[in-house]
Write a protein that binds this ligand. Structure first.
Ligand SMILES: C[S@@+](CC[C@H](N)C(=O)[O-])C[C@H]1O[C@@H](n2cnc3c(N)ncnc32)[C@H](O)[C@@H]1O
Length: 215
């Protein structure tokens, strides 16, 4: 799946006028590509810059991330945490823990990050926290369930960001041409749209980020 909806020249131009990725994050991206063969899954320069800037503007005390992978987005989000802030991040795949930890340590944020291994649906029930910011970036078929599970744990005025909500443009195809994941994402988008408890904006950055603010 290619995940850019912009013409390449515009994407390149936008990157040129965005604060460059740190050498550490470039190295993490490179190691992810080499070792996992699934480098397209990480947030990358532009989305990472957005997550980092959003978090630094917000200054959250508690962040929840569903879908750690190799730790790129967690590293970006953690930059905005308050001095006593904590980011909880969940992934079903334990293999990549060490890689993520190594880069968080270099970036000076490892102490603020708690990693959990397991199915997010199960792990979420064990984390007794309320959150300022939640980033959903795991299996698409469970986005609706994650939304329901985290909503009561989100503080009023808090944000949920959900990644891949354009699903490479598949969300606008007729239903019979959509993959199972694209269909699940479209239903998630419909759910957010119908929720009177929130304000929301679908930001067409990279593969689309649904920004949800709890009223
Ligand atoms: C797109 S990647 C996350 C990328 C990461 N947020 C970033 O930007 O660098 C999705 C991750 O979700 C994890 N995942 C998939 N299904 C899951 C589940 N049921 N529970 C927890 N994690 C899951 C995968 O193992 C994968 O590492």
């Amino acid at each position: 799946m290619s995940i850019t909806i912009l013409p390449e020249s515009i994407g390149t131009y936008a990157e040129q006028f965005t604060t460059p990725e740190t050498a550490m994050m470039t190295a993490l991206g490179r190691e992810t590509h080499m070792k996992t063969g699934r480098g397209e899954m990480l947030s990358g320069h532009m989305q990472g810059a957005f997550l980092s800037m959003f978090s630094q503007a917000m200054r959250p005390e508690r962040i929840l991330e569903i879908g750690t992978f190799t730790g790129y987005s967690a590293g970006c989000l953690a930059k905005g945490l308050t001095a006593n802030g904590i980011l909880h991040t969940i992934d079903i795949d334990e293999e990549l823990h060490d890689m993520a930890y190594k880069y968080w340590e270099h970036a000076g944020v490892a102490e603020k990050i708690r990693q959990y291994t397991g199915s997010a649906l199960d792990v979420l029930l064990t984390i007794d926290e309320t959150f300022d910011l939640v980033f959903i970036d795991a299996d698409k078929v469970n986005y609706e369930a994650y939304y329901d599970l985290v909503f009561d744990k989100l503080k009023p005025g808090g944000f949920i960001l959900a990644d891949n909500v354009l699903y490479d443009g598949e969300v606008v195809l007729p239903v019979e041409q959509q993959s199972k994941n694209a269909r699940a994402i479209h239903l998630f988008n419909e759910k957010v749209k119908a929720d009177p408890r929130v304000e929301h904006m679908l930001l067409p950055l990279r593969d689309g980020i649904m920004m949800v603010r709890k009223k």
